[in-house]
Design a protein around this ligand. Structure first.
Ligand code: SF4
Length: 333
């Protein structure tokens, strides 16, 4: 879980000073708002996975950090950059942030200075099997857990984990965490061509995702040059995968910016059917519909057969009839 930046690996000591590259941003993220990044491994990649799709260079897995920055140094740097326009302080790393050995003390220290700003961590989920990490993450306002596969073989192929990590244990801890955690939980699944995009793996993921209580499941694909020669899937394939998950799962297609458009023609009936199965945003529509289909959508909006629904920062198109059914269900009729 990373943000790509320039790195230096010159320090030989166990504690490194990285005053200038601990904090990065803020960046405006559609999913999380104005985010100030905190890199918990600013000098070198330290990760318990060696994912095929990683945007950092391949590297041997580790189960703990050998180069660390002090909590004091992180807090000093954070205080210099934190202001009231920041929506979220995002704990991430050049590698896996939960390998940071002082995570709980750091979260406690951030919670004392953050004011109304939310805290978020982006993690590959594997260290949830560690009791201490599990409890530390409960203290954050938002957590994003990655889960690319639930089958042992596929997980090993895509994420290339440290030998101590077993996916069955990780999946169980993700489920347990989701039932205890009171903040906002997001799950992310990244699809890699010919690996976890098979119907069989999607069915298994579907089953597991039903056991996880979360706000949103972001599905995406590779959108930056990967560490190994693997390929992402097209936007159309992502959309087809979104439809393979049960309709009651809060699936959201996250890879739009770099997604390859696949504009096809949809009749009015097909527009309604497509939106009924999975509401779409205007970015989805730009990637999926051709000009004539967009006119069909506009006609449906004009005659109120399709309506607009705002969910958090995102605007979705949804058939009016579908929204009515949802309202009826939620009001108990
Ligand atoms: S979890 Fe995977 S993608 Fe994230 S930093 Fe580690 S190797 Fe890279």
């Amino acid at each position: 879980m990373f943000l790509l930046k320039m790195r230096s690996t010159s320090s030989k000591s166990a504690t490194v000073s990285a005053k200038n590259n601990i904090i990065f941003g803020p960046v405006n993220s559609r999913r999380f708002g104005m985010s100030l990044g905190v890199d918990l491994s600013p000098s070198v990649k330290q990760c318990n996975f060696d994912c095929l799709y990683c945007e950092l260079a391949p590297s041997a897995t580790v189960d703990k950090q050998s180069l660390t920055v002090s909590v004091g140094e992180i807090i000093t740097q954070l205080q210099k950059h934190l202001h009231d326009k920041i929506d979220v302080i995002t704990l991430t790393a050049n590698g896996e942030p939960t390998l940071y050995p002082h995570l709980e003390s750091l979260i406690d220290a951030i919670n004392k200075i953050k004011g109304k700003t939310q805290t978020l961590i982006l993690t590959n989920s594997a260290t949830l099997v560690n009791e201490k990490t599990f409890h530390s993450l409960l203290k954050l306002d938002q957590v994003k857990l990655s889960l690319d596969a639930v089958s042992h073989d596929i997980f090993k192929k895509i994420d290339r984990p440290h030998p101590s990590i077993q996916i069955e244990n990780v999946v169980q801890k993700v489920i347990d965490f989701s039932h205890i955690y009171t903040g906002k939980l997001f799950i992310e699944v990244l699809f890699v061509r010919d690996l976890n995009d098979t119907q069989q793996e999607i069915e298994k993921l579907n089953k597991v995702l039903h056991k996880i209580k979360c706000q949103r499941i972001d599905i995406g694909t590779i959108d930056r040059p990967p560490a190994y020669p693997v390929e992402g899937i097209s936007y159309k394939e992502l959309h087809d995968i979104a439809l393979m998950f049960d309709a009651d799962l809060p699936i959201h297609i996250a890879s739009r910016l770099h997604a390859e458009p696949n504009n096809s023609y949809y009749t009015k009936e097909e527009v309604l059917n497509t939106l009924d199965k999975r509401p779409l945003t205007s970015e989805d529509i730009d990637l999926l519909f051709d000009e004539k289909s967009k006119e069909n959508l506009n006609d449906l909006l004009t005659c109120n057969e399709v309506t607009i629904k705002n969910v958090g920062n995102l605007t979705f198109y949804i058939p009016a009839d579908n929204l009515k059914r949802k309202r009826q269900r939620s009001s108990g009729h």
